[in-house]
Design a protein around this ligand. Structure first.
Ligand SMILES: [Zn+2]
Length: 310
Protein backbone atom coordinates (compact mmCIF):
# COMPACT_ATOMS: atom_id res chain seq x y z
CA UNK A 1 0.00 0.00 0.00
CA UNK A 2 1.22 3.47 -0.88
CA UNK A 3 1.10 6.53 1.38
CA UNK A 4 -1.63 8.07 -0.78
CA UNK A 5 -3.99 5.12 -0.23
CA UNK A 6 -3.09 4.92 3.43
CA UNK A 7 -3.79 8.63 3.87
CA UNK A 8 -7.23 8.16 2.35
CA UNK A 9 -8.02 5.30 4.70
CA UNK A 10 -6.50 6.73 7.90
CA UNK A 11 -9.58 8.80 8.98
CA UNK A 12 -11.80 5.76 8.62
CA UNK A 13 -9.18 3.66 10.40
CA UNK A 14 -9.17 6.10 13.28
CA UNK A 15 -12.95 5.69 13.44
CA UNK A 16 -12.76 1.88 13.31
CA UNK A 17 -14.76 2.00 10.11
CA UNK A 18 -12.58 -0.18 7.89
CA UNK A 19 -13.04 -3.79 6.89
CA UNK A 20 -10.65 -6.19 8.56
CA UNK A 21 -8.83 -6.66 5.28
CA UNK A 22 -8.32 -2.86 4.97
CA UNK A 23 -7.27 -2.66 8.62
CA UNK A 24 -4.51 -5.20 8.09
CA UNK A 25 -3.35 -3.44 4.93
CA UNK A 26 -3.24 -0.04 6.70
CA UNK A 27 -1.47 -1.54 9.71
CA UNK A 28 1.06 -3.19 7.43
CA UNK A 29 1.78 0.22 5.91
CA UNK A 30 1.84 1.97 9.30
CA UNK A 31 4.48 -0.48 10.45
CA UNK A 32 6.83 0.85 7.77
CA UNK A 33 5.79 4.53 7.49
CA UNK A 34 6.55 7.08 10.19
CA UNK A 35 4.75 9.83 8.30
CA UNK A 36 1.44 8.00 8.08
CA UNK A 37 1.82 6.91 11.73
CA UNK A 38 2.10 10.56 12.67
CA UNK A 39 -0.93 11.37 10.52
CA UNK A 40 -2.86 8.60 12.26
CA UNK A 41 -2.00 10.18 15.64
CA UNK A 42 -3.53 13.42 14.38
CA UNK A 43 -6.68 11.65 13.22
CA UNK A 44 -6.98 9.79 16.52
CA UNK A 45 -6.66 13.10 18.35
CA UNK A 46 -9.39 14.58 16.17
CA UNK A 47 -11.66 11.61 16.86
CA UNK A 48 -10.97 11.90 20.58
CA UNK A 49 -11.76 15.61 20.46
CA UNK A 50 -14.93 14.86 18.51
CA UNK A 51 -16.07 12.35 21.04
CA UNK A 52 -15.75 15.08 23.69
CA UNK A 53 -17.25 17.68 21.38
CA UNK A 54 -20.40 15.71 20.72
CA UNK A 55 -22.84 16.84 23.37
CA UNK A 56 -24.72 14.08 25.07
CA UNK A 57 -28.26 14.10 23.73
CA UNK A 58 -31.08 13.63 26.10
CA UNK A 59 -33.51 11.31 24.28
CA UNK A 60 -37.06 12.58 24.09
CA UNK A 61 -39.53 10.97 26.54
CA UNK A 62 -41.24 9.15 23.64
CA UNK A 63 -37.96 7.70 22.37
CA UNK A 64 -36.93 6.83 25.88
CA UNK A 65 -40.28 5.07 26.42
CA UNK A 66 -39.95 3.16 23.19
CA UNK A 67 -36.40 2.14 24.00
CA UNK A 68 -37.32 1.04 27.50
CA UNK A 69 -40.27 -0.94 26.13
CA UNK A 70 -37.95 -2.63 23.70
CA UNK A 71 -35.54 -3.48 26.48
CA UNK A 72 -38.34 -4.73 28.60
CA UNK A 73 -39.69 -6.92 25.82
CA UNK A 74 -36.30 -8.41 25.17
CA UNK A 75 -35.78 -9.06 28.81
CA UNK A 76 -39.10 -10.92 28.98
CA UNK A 77 -37.97 -13.44 26.35
CA UNK A 78 -35.59 -15.61 28.28
CA UNK A 79 -36.06 -18.40 25.76
CA UNK A 80 -34.74 -16.20 23.02
CA UNK A 81 -31.32 -17.33 21.80
CA UNK A 82 -30.59 -13.67 21.28
CA UNK A 83 -30.16 -13.36 25.01
CA UNK A 84 -26.73 -14.84 24.60
CA UNK A 85 -25.61 -12.15 22.19
CA UNK A 86 -25.75 -8.43 22.89
CA UNK A 87 -29.31 -7.29 22.81
CA UNK A 88 -30.58 -5.56 19.70
CA UNK A 89 -30.88 -2.06 21.20
CA UNK A 90 -27.30 -2.23 22.43
CA UNK A 91 -26.09 -3.19 18.98
CA UNK A 92 -28.35 -0.54 17.44
CA UNK A 93 -27.09 2.10 19.84
CA UNK A 94 -23.50 1.12 19.24
CA UNK A 95 -24.19 1.26 15.51
CA UNK A 96 -25.86 4.64 15.88
CA UNK A 97 -23.04 6.16 17.91
CA UNK A 98 -20.48 4.78 15.48
CA UNK A 99 -22.42 6.31 12.58
CA UNK A 100 -22.57 9.66 14.40
CA UNK A 101 -18.87 9.49 15.08
CA UNK A 102 -18.15 8.52 11.52
CA UNK A 103 -20.21 11.36 10.08
CA UNK A 104 -18.73 13.87 12.54
CA UNK A 105 -15.24 12.58 11.79
CA UNK A 106 -15.68 12.88 8.08
CA UNK A 107 -17.19 16.33 8.60
CA UNK A 108 -14.28 17.39 10.79
CA UNK A 109 -11.82 15.93 8.33
CA UNK A 110 -13.54 17.76 5.51
CA UNK A 111 -13.48 20.97 7.56
CA UNK A 112 -9.83 20.44 8.37
CA UNK A 113 -9.05 19.72 4.76
CA UNK A 114 -11.04 22.70 3.57
CA UNK A 115 -9.24 24.83 6.17
CA UNK A 116 -5.98 23.61 4.72
CA UNK A 117 -7.24 24.29 1.24
CA UNK A 118 -8.20 27.83 2.34
CA UNK A 119 -4.76 28.20 3.89
CA UNK A 120 -3.18 26.94 0.66
CA UNK A 121 -5.39 29.29 -1.33
CA UNK A 122 -4.31 32.21 0.89
CA UNK A 123 -0.68 31.14 0.60
CA UNK A 124 -1.10 30.89 -3.14
CA UNK A 125 -2.59 34.40 -3.30
CA UNK A 126 0.22 35.79 -1.15
CA UNK A 127 2.73 34.03 -3.38
CA UNK A 128 1.11 35.36 -6.53
CA UNK A 129 1.16 38.86 -5.02
CA UNK A 130 4.86 38.35 -4.33
CA UNK A 131 5.40 37.15 -7.89
CA UNK A 132 3.51 40.21 -9.22
CA UNK A 133 5.61 42.47 -7.00
CA UNK A 134 8.80 40.79 -8.22
CA UNK A 135 7.62 41.15 -11.81
CA UNK A 136 6.88 44.84 -11.23
CA UNK A 137 10.28 45.30 -9.60
CA UNK A 138 11.96 43.47 -12.42
CA UNK A 139 10.17 45.63 -14.98
CA UNK A 140 11.09 48.79 -13.03
CA UNK A 141 14.69 47.60 -12.92
CA UNK A 142 14.59 46.94 -16.65
CA UNK A 143 13.36 50.49 -17.21
CA UNK A 144 16.10 51.84 -14.95
CA UNK A 145 18.69 49.87 -16.88
CA UNK A 146 17.31 51.23 -20.16
CA UNK A 147 17.41 54.76 -18.76
CA UNK A 148 20.97 54.26 -17.53
CA UNK A 149 21.96 52.87 -20.91
CA UNK A 150 20.38 55.90 -22.63
CA UNK A 151 22.15 58.24 -20.21
CA UNK A 152 25.42 56.47 -20.83
CA UNK A 153 24.95 56.73 -24.59
CA UNK A 154 23.97 60.39 -24.24
CA UNK A 155 27.06 61.01 -22.11
CA UNK A 156 29.34 59.27 -24.56
CA UNK A 157 27.85 61.32 -27.39
CA UNK A 158 28.40 64.49 -25.31
CA UNK A 159 31.96 63.36 -24.64
CA UNK A 160 32.51 62.85 -28.35
CA UNK A 161 31.11 66.31 -29.03
CA UNK A 162 33.28 67.80 -26.31
CA UNK A 163 36.24 65.92 -27.75
CA UNK A 164 35.46 67.30 -31.20
CA UNK A 165 35.00 70.79 -29.76
CA UNK A 166 38.29 70.48 -27.92
CA UNK A 167 40.04 69.38 -31.07
CA UNK A 168 38.41 72.25 -33.01
CA UNK A 169 39.39 74.67 -30.22
CA UNK A 170 42.98 73.51 -30.22
CA UNK A 171 43.07 73.84 -34.03
CA UNK A 172 41.55 77.29 -33.69
CA UNK A 173 44.09 78.25 -31.00
CA UNK A 174 47.00 77.05 -33.12
CA UNK A 175 45.45 78.90 -36.08
CA UNK A 176 45.26 82.00 -33.90
CA UNK A 177 48.89 81.55 -32.85
CA UNK A 178 49.75 81.15 -36.52
CA UNK A 179 47.77 84.26 -37.43
CA UNK A 180 49.36 86.03 -34.49
CA UNK A 181 52.86 85.25 -35.69
CA UNK A 182 51.90 86.20 -39.27
CA UNK A 183 50.42 89.40 -37.92
CA UNK A 184 53.63 90.16 -35.97
CA UNK A 185 55.71 89.52 -39.08
CA UNK A 186 53.44 91.80 -41.10
CA UNK A 187 53.78 94.47 -38.40
CA UNK A 188 57.57 94.19 -38.44
CA UNK A 189 57.55 94.36 -42.22
CA UNK A 190 55.26 97.36 -42.06
CA UNK A 191 57.64 99.05 -39.63
CA UNK A 192 60.63 98.31 -41.88
CA UNK A 193 58.70 99.55 -44.90
CA UNK A 194 57.75 102.73 -43.09
CA UNK A 195 61.36 103.29 -42.11
CA UNK A 196 62.51 102.49 -45.64
CA UNK A 197 60.00 104.87 -47.23
CA UNK A 198 60.94 107.63 -44.82
CA UNK A 199 64.67 107.19 -45.40
CA UNK A 200 66.30 109.65 -47.81
CA UNK A 201 68.62 106.86 -48.97
CA UNK A 202 65.70 104.86 -50.36
CA UNK A 203 65.34 104.62 -54.12
CA UNK A 204 62.20 103.43 -55.88
CA UNK A 205 62.49 101.50 -59.11
CA UNK A 206 59.62 100.74 -61.45
CA UNK A 207 59.46 97.21 -62.89
CA UNK A 208 57.73 97.13 -66.27
CA UNK A 209 55.66 94.35 -67.70
CA UNK A 210 57.58 92.38 -70.30
CA UNK A 211 55.04 89.69 -70.91
CA UNK A 212 52.69 90.72 -73.70
CA UNK A 213 50.07 88.21 -72.67
CA UNK A 214 49.65 89.45 -69.08
CA UNK A 215 49.28 92.63 -67.15
CA UNK A 216 51.19 93.50 -63.98
CA UNK A 217 53.68 95.97 -62.66
CA UNK A 218 56.10 96.25 -59.76
CA UNK A 219 57.93 98.69 -57.53
CA UNK A 220 61.28 97.97 -55.89
CA UNK A 221 62.13 100.04 -52.85
CA UNK A 222 65.84 99.63 -52.13
CA UNK A 223 67.91 101.11 -49.35
CA UNK A 224 71.69 100.93 -49.78
CA UNK A 225 72.24 101.74 -46.09
CA UNK A 226 70.13 98.76 -45.04
CA UNK A 227 71.38 96.71 -47.98
CA UNK A 228 67.79 95.46 -48.37
CA UNK A 229 64.84 96.07 -50.58
CA UNK A 230 61.12 95.39 -50.83
CA UNK A 231 59.50 94.32 -54.07
CA UNK A 232 55.78 95.09 -54.36
CA UNK A 233 53.93 93.75 -57.37
CA UNK A 234 50.35 94.32 -58.52
CA UNK A 235 48.08 93.04 -61.24
CA UNK A 236 49.84 89.69 -61.56
CA UNK A 237 47.64 86.87 -62.83
CA UNK A 238 47.06 83.74 -60.82
CA UNK A 239 49.32 80.84 -61.77
CA UNK A 240 48.67 77.11 -62.16
CA UNK A 241 49.31 75.15 -58.94
CA UNK A 242 52.60 73.78 -60.32
CA UNK A 243 53.95 77.27 -61.20
CA UNK A 244 55.43 80.09 -59.09
CA UNK A 245 56.76 83.62 -59.53
CA UNK A 246 60.51 83.69 -58.77
CA UNK A 247 62.56 86.85 -58.19
CA UNK A 248 66.15 87.05 -59.51
CA UNK A 249 69.02 89.53 -59.03
CA UNK A 250 71.91 89.80 -61.51
CA UNK A 251 75.40 91.18 -60.97
CA UNK A 252 77.59 90.88 -64.06
CA UNK A 253 77.03 87.33 -65.26
CA UNK A 254 76.02 86.04 -61.84
CA UNK A 255 72.31 85.50 -61.28
CA UNK A 256 70.99 84.67 -57.80
CA UNK A 257 67.54 83.63 -56.76
CA UNK A 258 66.05 86.09 -54.31
CA UNK A 259 62.94 84.18 -53.35
CA UNK A 260 59.43 83.33 -54.36
CA UNK A 261 56.88 86.09 -54.83
CA UNK A 262 53.55 84.99 -53.38
CA UNK A 263 50.59 86.62 -55.15
CA UNK A 264 47.15 86.90 -53.52
CA UNK A 265 43.77 86.56 -55.23
CA UNK A 266 43.86 90.28 -56.15
CA UNK A 267 47.21 89.94 -57.97
CA UNK A 268 49.19 91.65 -55.23
CA UNK A 269 52.53 90.32 -54.03
CA UNK A 270 55.24 91.49 -51.65
CA UNK A 271 58.76 90.14 -51.12
CA UNK A 272 61.47 91.28 -48.76
CA UNK A 273 64.87 91.16 -50.53
CA UNK A 274 67.90 90.43 -48.37
CA UNK A 275 70.68 89.19 -50.63
CA UNK A 276 74.06 88.16 -49.15
CA UNK A 277 75.60 91.31 -50.64
CA UNK A 278 73.82 94.64 -50.43
CA UNK A 279 70.93 94.94 -52.80
CA UNK A 280 72.76 97.97 -54.22
CA UNK A 281 75.47 95.68 -55.61
CA UNK A 282 73.09 94.25 -58.25
CA UNK A 283 72.39 95.62 -61.71
CA UNK A 284 69.19 93.90 -62.71
CA UNK A 285 66.06 92.50 -61.11
CA UNK A 286 63.55 90.24 -62.80
CA UNK A 287 60.43 88.19 -62.02
CA UNK A 288 59.90 84.96 -63.99
CA UNK A 289 57.29 82.24 -64.07
CA UNK A 290 59.00 78.98 -63.06
CA UNK A 291 57.93 75.46 -62.19
CA UNK A 292 57.30 75.16 -58.44
CA UNK A 293 60.51 73.14 -58.12
CA UNK A 294 62.67 75.93 -59.48
CA UNK A 295 66.28 75.42 -60.64
CA UNK A 296 69.25 77.66 -59.69
CA UNK A 297 68.88 79.82 -62.80
CA UNK A 298 65.75 81.28 -64.43
CA UNK A 299 64.27 79.25 -67.27
CA UNK A 300 60.76 80.71 -67.66
CA UNK A 301 59.22 83.82 -69.11
CA UNK A 302 60.32 87.17 -67.63
CA UNK A 303 57.11 88.90 -66.44
CA UNK A 304 58.56 91.99 -64.71
CA UNK A 305 62.07 93.41 -64.81
CA UNK A 306 64.13 96.56 -64.32
CA UNK A 307 67.69 97.73 -64.62
CA UNK A 308 69.17 98.66 -61.24
CA UNK A 309 71.99 100.86 -62.54
CA UNK A 310 72.08 104.18 -60.82
ZN1 LIG B 1 2.85 6.28 4.44
Amino acid sequence: MECKEAEDLLPAYALNALTSEEVSQVEAHLATCLRCSALLQEHLQVVADLALAVEPVQPSPRLKARLMKQVDRTARRPESPRRLVPSLPTVALAGASLAVLLVAGVLAFTLRTSGQVDQLHDDNEALSRQVNLLQDNSSALGEQVTLLRNDSQFLSERLNLVGQDTSKMSMYVSQLADDDSKFLNALRMQRSMTYMLASPETQVLYLGNHDGSSSGEGMLMMNSGMGAGILVAAGLKALAPDQAYQVWLRKGTEIVNSGRLQVDEFGWGLLWLRPKESVAAYQWIGVTVEPTESGPIPSGTVVLSSSMTH
